[in-house]
Ligand binder design. Structure first.
Ligand code: FAD
Length: 433
């Protein structure tokens, strides 16, 4: 009888989890090595040691859309009840004092057209120009010159459409301002939201913590299926010997590098220097999350879009009390600043104060809000710019990369990470099978 393939997955974020689960489902003998003390990577929860509602905080608020089919399928295969895990609604952009664009339920393309036509805050001409532009994107197969930014793509649209729709969607999906963001990647997200079947443009807001969404059920599943899990272990060195790969001296048939591109570049520097150089040159965009506390307060919707500006850092705020299944999160609010490089430069204390001032201007609070925590992830995502060269999945025979940054159509998202992890696992098994 042939021995099962020995696969090591290095890194236990969403890409590494997807790679480990897929490899295990296909009969491989899997070892997963994660540097941190827990799985989840950038999409993890942190125990704070503080009292409710801040006893546990997500590393940053995450949202999914209905088109994220592989992430949803992965969660489901690990036993997560999706109906309970997410508040799922058709796309709705609610602002503090008025409703923004809202799509009715139904087939995404038709509901997009109906939602735009019905949105009377924009002059009729502006609505028609957006529909005409969207029709043009459709006719061109959602392709555009690779050098275009989202700003170039949308140059002909009226300012109200850019400000109320394009800019917030772009920064939320690509974590890169429209002036720098890749139009081709933006069009791909729009395409998948409008053409991946019913509900693909829906917003899915997590009701559970990020760890409950994936890391905790994945850890249970992997252990129950015999995967060797090493937490708190940073891989130091990879090498090739005879027909096997050595991970800090331990032999494997195939490796999947699901760690950050910086770490992947370090580990591969002597194995495949051109790949390592490509991974090392990636540029990043930060995200800052400011958690405010205001007992007894409630926002007009679980997710509210905000108008950003020189004194208004945040683009979205989430009412965690409305989202959570437990009352104990009531009074907790997460303000999100995507594409936050300028605010990182100003300092986290100053940014927290500006968000507090923005919150006081935008909403009526039941009790005076206070800044509870400011979390900054400096390398939240790669900068999704037109010129960005992303490294390919295959590094060398038997050595692959998986992560939200490897070549692919998506921006840095949970879905991009999961798809990359699954693809690497399938490829590893196909090569040998
Ligand atoms: C604040 C914030 C908000 C976000 N919002 C959204 C959102 O709304 N929607 C969305 O889809 N995406 C969002 N993202 C992006 C999303 O979190 C990432 O795309 C996804 O988590 C990337 O997963 P990954 O597995 O590719 O990488 P990572 O999560 O970075 O995983 C890499 C793992 O490798 C481990 N590792 C590194 N080096 C080693 C080593 N030498 N040995 C062992 N282990 C190692 C790390 O500890 C880490 O756990 C957001 C990200 C942030 C930070």
């Amino acid at each position: 009888m042939s021995q099962p393939l020995r696969i090591a997955v290095i890194g236990g974020g969403w890409a590494g989890i997807a790679a480990a689960v897929t490899s295990c489902q296909q009969g491989a003998q899997v070892t997963l090595i994660e540097m941190a003390g827990q799985l989840g990577g950038r999409a993890r929860s942190l125990a704070t040691g503080e009292a409710a509602p801040f006893a546990q905080l997500d590393n940053g608020q995450h949202i999914l859309i209905g088109a994220y089919s592989q992430s949803l399928a992965l969660m489901q295969s690990l036993g997560v009840d999706l109906a309970q895990a997410f508040l799922r609604t058709p796309l709705r952009l609610r602002y503090p004092r008025h409703e923004g664009l809202q799509l009715p339920a139904g087939a995404p393309l038709i509901s997009f057209a109906r939602g735009v036509l019905a949105y009377s805050n924009w002059p009729l001409l502006a609505r028609l120009r957006l529909l005409a532009a969207a029709g043009g994107w459709l006719l061109r197969g959602f392709h555009c010159p690779p050098a275009w930014t989202v700003q170039t793509l949308c140059a002909g649209l009226p300012p109200c459409v850019k400000q109320d729709l394009i800019e917030p969607l772009c920064v939320a999906a690509l974590n890169t301002p429209a002036s720098h963001a890749s139009a081709q990647t933006f069009l791909r997200v729009l395409h998948d939201a409008l053409f991946s079947g019913p509900g693909s443009a829906d917003l899915l807001l997590p009701r559970l913590s990020l760890s409950e969404l994936l890391a905790t059920p994945a850890q249970r599943w992997l252990q129950a299926h015999g995967v060797k899990l090493h937490l708190g272990q940073r891989v130091q060195q990879l090498s090739r010997s005879d027909k096997v790969w050595l991970v800090d001296g331990q032999a494997f048939d195939q490796l999947i590098l699901a760690c950050s591109p910086v770490e992947a570049a370090r580990l591969c520097a002597e194995i495949q220097s051109s790949w390592a150089a490509q991974a090392a040159q990636l540029r990043y965009e930060p995200i800052i999350t400011v958690y405010l506390h205001s007992p007894g307060s409630r926002l007009p919707a679980p997710m509210v879009a905000l108008q950003e500006g020189p004194n208004a850092p945040a683009q979205f705020v989430f009412d965690l009390g409305q989202l959570s299944l437990q009352d104990e999160r009531s009074g907790a609010f997460a303000f999100v600043i995507s594409g936050a490089a300028a605010w990182v430069d100003k300092g986290l204390g100053a940014t927290g104060e500006q968000v507090l001032a923005q919150a006081l201007r935008e909403f009526d609070w039941h009790s005076p809000p206070q800044v509870q925590r400011v979390l900054a992830e400096k390398r939240a995502t790669f900068a999704c710019t037109p010129g960005q060269q992303r490294p390919p999945r295959e590094i060398a025979a038997g050595l692959q990369a998986a992560g939200d940054y490897v070549q692919g159509p998506y921006p840095a998202t949970l879905e991009g990470a999961v798809r990359a992890g699954m693809a690497a696992a399938r490829h590893a098994l196909k090569k040998v099978g």
